[in-house]
Ligand binder design. Structure first.
Ligand SMILES: Cc1cc2nc3c(=O)[nH]c(=O)nc-3n(C[C@H](O)[C@H](O)[C@H](O)COP(=O)(O)OP(=O)(O)OC[C@H]3O[C@@H](n4cnc5c(N)ncnc54)[C@H](O)[C@@H]3O)c2cc1C
Length: 294
């Protein structure tokens, strides 16, 4: 895929507004996320504080957002970015099966509320992974534990089981059924509460609250969002938020943030407003880069 002007990661209100504003400013935009937008929209039964839409259900607000995207002809590229690297005058974004290139990036990925498990960050890439599709091939004939934070991850675990010998699926949400797992006899559902990841000479161990530890070759942690410090190596963060100024500029030139990832308050209208500011800042950044190159 050819390099775009602005890559936007996240399809919540922040990312969508950033995409709309960037398109209005005639930029080539890559909007990466989910066709059904954000689970935080779907979960809200009633929203009372979004300008122009009193007492609206989250799903209905999402439909208005979808319609707006369709009207301006902005498509969503369904993918999950696992890493963003600054390459000097552009950024490389690692998707599940593809690497995207962009002259600037807006992170609009929402906030990660969960703290990493002890051992998670330490062994990332050495027994811990955030992407089953990307790393499945490494587990041919091996076993893996998948911590799935939403039903969407069931399909990722099923995909992994096509290659691996054994997959332990640990649902981190409440459900009676797991239809996305399919009928593979290689998948075992475990109701254990994970506590810690430990590396041993011959693999990983998931320590659990019940003491029924799971010995495996690798542990996949499939959350809706990845902590920004892990998503963008070297980015300045403050707890779960990315440090930014009022123009939504971060410590990395050309990389902007918007929405919950930029810190509290966690609100739809604030997220959308910041998406607008981040897009305009990205537009200014691109103009400046063009001037410098002349
Ligand atoms: C139940 C509930 C009710 C709420 N009610 C209200 C309310 O009434 N009023 C209000 O103002 N706020 C409310 N909120 C808060 C509001 O949902 C958030 O502030 C808002 O959704 C933040 O928007 P965002 O775009 O920053 O992030 P999100 O909406 O979280 O969207 C982030 C998107 O990025 C995607 N993403 C994350 N990581 C990646 C990646 N690596 N690659 C690709 N995509 C990625 C996610 O899948 C998601 O689609 C509520 C929240 C919840 C959970």
């Amino acid at each position: 895929m050819e390099r775009v002007d602005i890559a936007i990661i996240g399809t919540g209100p922040a990312g969508l507004e950033a995409a709309i504003t960037a398109r209005i400013r005639n930029k080539k935009v890559l909007l990466i996320g989910e066709p059904d937008l954000s689970s935080k929209l779907a979960k809200a039964h009633r929203i009372d504080n979004y300008l122009g839409f009193p007492e609206i259900a989250g799903e209905d607000l999402g439909r208005h957002f979808q319609k707006h995207l369709e009207q301006i002809g902005q498509e969503i590229t369904q993918d999950r970015i696992t890493a963003v690297y600054s390459m000097g005058d552009y950024f490389a974004l690692q998707g599940k099966e593809e690497i995207f290139e962009a002259s600037s990036v807006i992170l609009a990925c929402g906030v990660v509320m969960e703290k990493p498990f002890p051992g998670e960050t330490e062994y990332l890439g050495r027994g811990v992974s955030y992407c089953a599709t990307c790393d499945a091939a490494l587990y041919r004939g091996k076993s893996a534990v998948v911590l799935g934070y939403s039903p969407k991850e069931e399909e990722e675990a099923a995909f992994l089981a096509e290659v691996a010998d054994k997959v332990y699926y640990v649902p981190m949400y409440k459900a009676d059924r797991f239809p996305g797992l399919g009928d593979s006899d290689k998948i075992e559902i475990c109701g254990e509460k994970p506590l810690e990841f430990v590396k041993e000479a011959d693999g990983m161990v998931l320590k659990t609250a019940s003491g029924q530890d799971l010995k495996t070759d690798g542990i996949f942690v499939l959350r809706e969002a990845i902590a920004p410090s892990q998503l963008v190596p070297g980015l300045e963060t403050d707890g779960s938020a990315v440090v930014c100024d009022r123009q939504m500029r971060t410590s990395m030139p050309g990389l902007f943030v918007a929405g919950d990832i930029a810190g509290a308050p966690y609100q739809y209208i604030k997220a959308a407003g910041e998406g607008n500011v981040a897009a305009l800042s990205a537009v200014n950044y691109l103009a400046e880069q063009k001037r410098k190159a002349q």
